[in-house]
Design a protein around this ligand. Structure first.
Ligand SMILES: [Fe+2]
Length: 325
């Protein structure tokens, strides 16, 4: 645990370079180079790419926003950070929960599959967002999540993925006609699976468990007291990632860092959402449970908050637990 050095906040790239870069090419600022990490070979770079809300490639009521071209660009900018692994936080497609018929639903899911196959060249895992659950007008599908599971290449509505020495628990928290929370079946599975591994664990939920944005706008999932308990019981849980809010935040509570990753689409491609420009998050994770995170406002040379170079200030590589509880 002593071989890692903190990510340095100083960025050598000049404002002029940034502006020139922004005008012509994606913002490319590989974090690994800036980071000067002592043991970079041990780090796994993860992109949290959530709430992309990508519609069909055809013209639709939002065609004026050029989402297809911009979505491709978002994948390309994220790829420029040389990820090892991608996490899709749900609401990957525009929406199929508002009466969309089969044709329009399939166009969106097929488009997502095409974009991922063409633009994502590393392993990836996804959760299901509320807008990925199919509610066609006048029909009741047997499994409203079936289209999402297939298009997002999910083995089950919730599942575990091991990558880079970490276990990622991809949870399913939106349920037709029921509360937004981890259901009984998943509790049993999560508790049992967490008990089987000593690897650092990351829990991914579409809607956040804990975070400042919930205080501002609501939207968190239920069962947070129970989740806190289970995270305290299994002390390898160190990271919780989410989307849904289209806000960017992070919080440390107990041993866990909670990050809400904004939205690739910000306000569904129509501009900022609650001041937040289009964003994704770059994380570096070490096998011994250290993490660092940085928000990338991928389409914004100078963000609303004076964010330089489209990047939030890096949060240093750090142990995920400052003290033992
Ligand atoms: Fe969303």
């Amino acid at each position: 645990m002593t071989s890692h050095h903190a990510i340095l906040p100083a960025m050598s790239i000049s404002r002029r370079d940034l502006l020139i870069g922004a005008a012509s090419t994606p913002l490319i600022a590989p974090l690994k180079k800036l980071a000067k990490l002592g043991d970079s070979a041990d780090l796994t770079r993860v992109i949290l790419f959530t709430d992309a809300h990508i519609p069909t490639p055809k013209a639709d009521d939002r065609a004026q926003y050029h989402q297809q071209k911009r979505a491709r660009q978002a994948f390309k900018v994220a790829s420029s950070y040389n990820p090892d692994f991608w996490i899709f936080g749900g609401d990957n497609i525009m929406a199929v929960d508002q009466g969309q018929g089969e044709e329009l639903a399939m166009e969106q899911f097929n488009n997502w599959e095409m974009l991922v196959s063409e633009e994502v060249h590393q392993p990836h895992a996804s959760v299901i967002g509320n807008h990925d659950i199919w509610y066609p007008k006048g029909a009741t599908p047997d499994d409203r999540k079936a289209l999402a599971k297939k298009a997002f290449q999910m083995p089950n509505r919730y599942h575990k993925v091991e990558f880079g020495g970490w276990s990622f628990f991809m949870l399913d928290v939106f349920h037709p006609g029921a509360a937004t929370e981890v259901d009984e079946e998943q509790w049993a599975w999560l508790d049992a699976e967490l008990g089987k591994t000593n690897q650092p664990a990351c829990v991914v939920t579409h809607s956040p468990i804990i975070g400042p944005c919930i205080q501002i706008e609501g939207g968190g999932i239920g069962g947070t007291v129970k989740l806190r308990k289970i995270f305290l019981k299994h002390d390898n849980v160190r990271l919780a990632l989410s989307g849904h809010q289209h806000h960017v935040d992070y919080a440390e509570y107990d041993r866990v860092t909670y990050i809400c990753g904004g939205a690739v689409s910000a306000g569904w491609w129509g501009g900022n959402y609650s001041h937040f420009p289009p964003a994704f998050v770059v994380l570096d994770l070490s096998r011994d449970g250290y993490i660092s995170n940085r928000t990338v406002y991928w389409e914004t040379p100078l963000g609303e908050h004076g964010v330089v170079g489209g990047e939030g200030y890096p949060v240093a590589l750090r142990p995920t637990s400052a003290f033992d509880i």
